[in-house]
Design a protein around this ligand. Structure first.
Ligand SMILES: *Cc1c(COP(=O)(O)O)cnc(C)c1O
Length: 371
């Protein structure tokens, strides 16, 4: 699905030097590379504060801890997402409230959010799924009217712009009170291990989150609240500094692949290509198609037999996951999500796909669909 080796070989000199510098300095934790990366990411995102942490799941957890949410508080999120989004809500004994998504963009549906709000609702966690921003203007308006926090799960859309009604732009993840991202290797900005970051324009929240990631400490060995240990290490920061410099070009490469796929599958009766939402410039973390009357498993097996990886993101809606079964929810409650889980599949999407590979992939997909 990704080709990290070819990508590495193209930037090997810069990466190797960055890593070697950290090793030479032995500043493995909180070294200068981490501080430099933080500043560079703040500048890139045009956000006041970036707080590096150990992974995207921690970023979400630390956000919710910093907001002071209490057990029983309700947090609204999408029923069609990676488990981490709901996991941290459940882990903190908050109540995840799921809502359905838009069938075209796969992102959370603002009307469904409004219907899900109760007196216990404290926050909304929109997920910018597959690389495309959720409808943030509507979501922020709902949050403002109901006095709710918004934590953007931006683990899949770093670098994407949200385009406001007036034409102005902001980076996904910098519009809500807090934004979270992951630097897992296969993410759009991936390191060579685990990593994550939290963004905010709010000075108080930033201070709180810097303390939470560091054992609830502001002054050394004085612990004002219960925190966690969640750090980005210097070697990962060195890798990320190099790759941040290429992030826009990487997004262009992904769009190139997506456009190739779009053209090859345009108008096909059995495939729906990803709809591009006018308010976001898609960064294509995934290229996800919706099938129509296709034996999806046979298609994926066929592609696999040709050496083409294809994956299902995600096969099971959150409310049908064993660990999250809840008497509040039953089969049929989130029809769009349930439909998508049965019909979507994703093709290889990364920065190194060339015409020849794309031609081979699309030819084989079309060949399978012929009969
Ligand atoms: C990857 C991902 C996460 C978790 O990130 P990790 O770094 O793997 O902990 C959370 N939410 C979404 C939507 C993701 O894609």
């Amino acid at each position: 699905m990704v080709d990290l080796r070819s990508q590495y070989l193209n930037i090997k000199q810069e990466i190797d030097k960055g890593i070697q510098d950290v090793v030479d300095s032995c500043a493995f934790i909180n070294g200068p590379a981490v501080q430099e990366f933080q500043k560079e990411l703040e500048k890139y995102l045009e956000v006041k504060h970036v707080i590096p942490c150990a992974n995207g799941t921690d970023a979400l957890q630390v956000s919710m801890m910093a907001l002071g949410l209490q057990p029983g508080d309700e947090v609204i999120t999408s029923s069609f997402t990676f488990i981490a989004t709901a996991e941290v809500i459940a882990l903190l004994k908050l109540t995840p409230v799921l809502v359905d998504v838009d069938p075209d963009t796969f992102n959370i549906d603002p009307k469904a959010i409004e219907r899900a709000i109760t007196s216990k609702t404290k926050a909304i966690v929109p997920v910018h799924l597959f690389g495309q921003a959720a409808p943030m203007e509507e979501i922020m308006e709902i949050a403002r009217k109901n006095n709710l926090f918004v934590v953007e799960d931006n683990c899949q859309a770093i670098g994407a712009d949200y385009i406001f009604n007036d034409g102005s732009r902001k980076k996904a993840g910098t519009i809500g009170h807090i934004g979270c991202t992951s630097f897992f290797p296969s993410k759009n900005l991936g390191c060579y291990g685990d990593g994550g970051a939290i963004f905010t324009n709010d000075d108080d929240l930033a201070k709180q989150m810097r303390s939470v990631v560091n054992h609830g400490m502001t002054v050394r060995y004085y612990h004002d609240h219960i925190g966690v240990n969640s750090r980005l290490d210097s070697i990962q920061a060195a890798v990320l500094r190099v790759k941040l410099g290429h992030l826009n070009e990487y997004a262009e490469r992904r769009r190139f692949a997506a456009t190739f796929y779009d053209k090859a599958f345009a108008g096909h009766p059995k495939l729906k290509t990803p709809v591009r939402y006018a308010k976001s410039n898609h960064v294509f973390h995934q290229y996800t198609l919706v099938t129509n009357q296709v034996d999806r498993k046979a298609l994926i097996d066929f592609l696999m037999s040709k050496g083409i990886p294809a994956m299902i993101y995600y096969p099971v809606p959150l409310h049908m996951q064993k660990a999250y079964l809840d008497p509040r929810y039953k089969h049929g409650d989130f029809p769009v999500t349930e439909q998508l889980c049965q019909h979507v599949f994703s093709l290889p999407m990364h920065t190194e796909l060339d015409d020849e590979q794309l031609e081979f992939i699309t030819r084989n997909v079309l060949e399978f669909l012929k009969d």
